[in-house]
Design a protein. Structure first.
Length: 339
């Protein structure tokens, strides 16, 4: 296949509560990456408020784009930008629409291709920004506030979902338990911090293993709530540590089982929960014991960012998968739609 004539891609990410823009060269070299978080805006509500998120994207996207372009040596005239990639799903419909509309406008104004990118697929490209040759096939554990998926990747663009959550995603369970414990929002980092000083053996919370490679964290969440209500004197750090271990036990067990079944050369983490310190340590240890690789994106690339969107967009355009101006936001987009 001849090399792509596209060199520099601008990525835009507005699927939830991060307003992000990035410029990536040749699908792997980050020229700039800017993320404006809305954590403070939503913290008072204990979670993301969709209407507020959409409004914030409208206010933040223009300055974020200007900063990302400037850091990459470009400007708002689009000089040097060969294509615009944007997340069009899944996510919050109002937030997605802001990014898609902006990407369409820039594509028309600059006369460059538009590339719609599946947010889930973008997370799979995060590791490729730091490690170009991962080896194939991979098992990717994609864990975030909205998704917990096990995906077999035979090569970029070829995916097979092995399992997913049947109720709460792992990140959602972290947020709900953190809110119940009074640890604030976002819950994942809050629990991770306090769990580091807690006793993970203090409470024997259940581990749920549904059929196949699916996940279920609702029962675990309920068990934590029930125990704390019965024992309000329980140490919050111990509860957090015991809960975190239970979640990580399930995630790592499922991922390693899937890796063994498909003959994966490595396990790769993706998504916001991939920043969890215990999950990173346990994944590395389990992969070393199994004699396979472990690929852990830097924490900045685990959470939502536009560099991964630009990287996925570069690859999709390289394979002739540009979008037209009829591209719309799809809040329930599945990974299968992007294969």
């Amino acid at each position: 296949m001849p090399p792509s004539p596209v060199h520099r891609v601008l990525g835009i990410e507005t699927s939830c509560d991060e307003t992000a823009a990035a410029v990536v060269d040749d699908g792997h070299s980050i020229a700039s990456s800017v993320v404006s978080s809305q954590i403070d805006l939503h913290a008072a509500y204990g979670g993301v408020v969709p209407e507020l998120a959409g409004r914030a994207h409208v206010e933040l996207l223009t300055p974020v784009l200007a900063e990302a372009l400037g850091q990459a040596g470009s400007d708002t005239s689009g000089s040097g930008i060969d294509a615009v990639a944007v997340t069009y799903g899944p996510g919050l419909i109002g937030s997605l629409l802001v990014g898609v509309a902006e990407a369409k406008a820039l594509s028309m104004a600059w006369g460059v291709p538009l590339i719609g990118v599946n947010h889930l697929e973008a997370h799979l490209f995060a590791s490729l920004l730091e490690q170009r040759d991962l080896g194939w096939p991979l098992v990717v554990l994609l864990v975030s506030g909205g998704h917990t998926l096990l995906i077999e990747v035979t090569e970029p663009g070829r995916y097979r979902q092995l399992g997913g959550t049947i109720d709460d995603a792992a990140g959602e369970a972290f947020d709900k338990v953190a809110r119940f414990l009074g640890l604030g929002y976002p819950g994942g980092p809050a629990i991770d911090r306090i769990a580091e000083v807690g006793n993970a053996d203090a409470f024997a919370f259940p581990r749920s293993y549904p059929g196949g490679y699916d996940f279920s964290f609702s029962g675990l969440k309920t068990s934590v709530v029930t125990m704390v209500r019965r024992h309000p004197e329980a140490s919050t750090a111990d509860v957090a540590a015991s809960f975190r271990r239970a979640v990580v036990d399930v995630l790592v067990t499922r991922a390693m089982g899937a890796a063994d079944d498909v003959g994966a050369t490595a396990v790769c983490l993706a998504g916001g929960v991939a920043a969890n310190s215990l999950l990173r340590r346990r994944t590395e240890d389990a992969c070393a014991e199994a004699g396979i690789g472990a690929f852990l994106p830097s924490r900045a690339l685990c959470t939502d960012n536009a560099a991964m969107v630009a990287a996925a967009g570069w690859w999709r355009l390289h394979h002739g998968r540009a979008s037209d101006l009829s591209l719309g936001a799809d809040p329930t987009l599945r990974l299968a739609a992007a294969t």
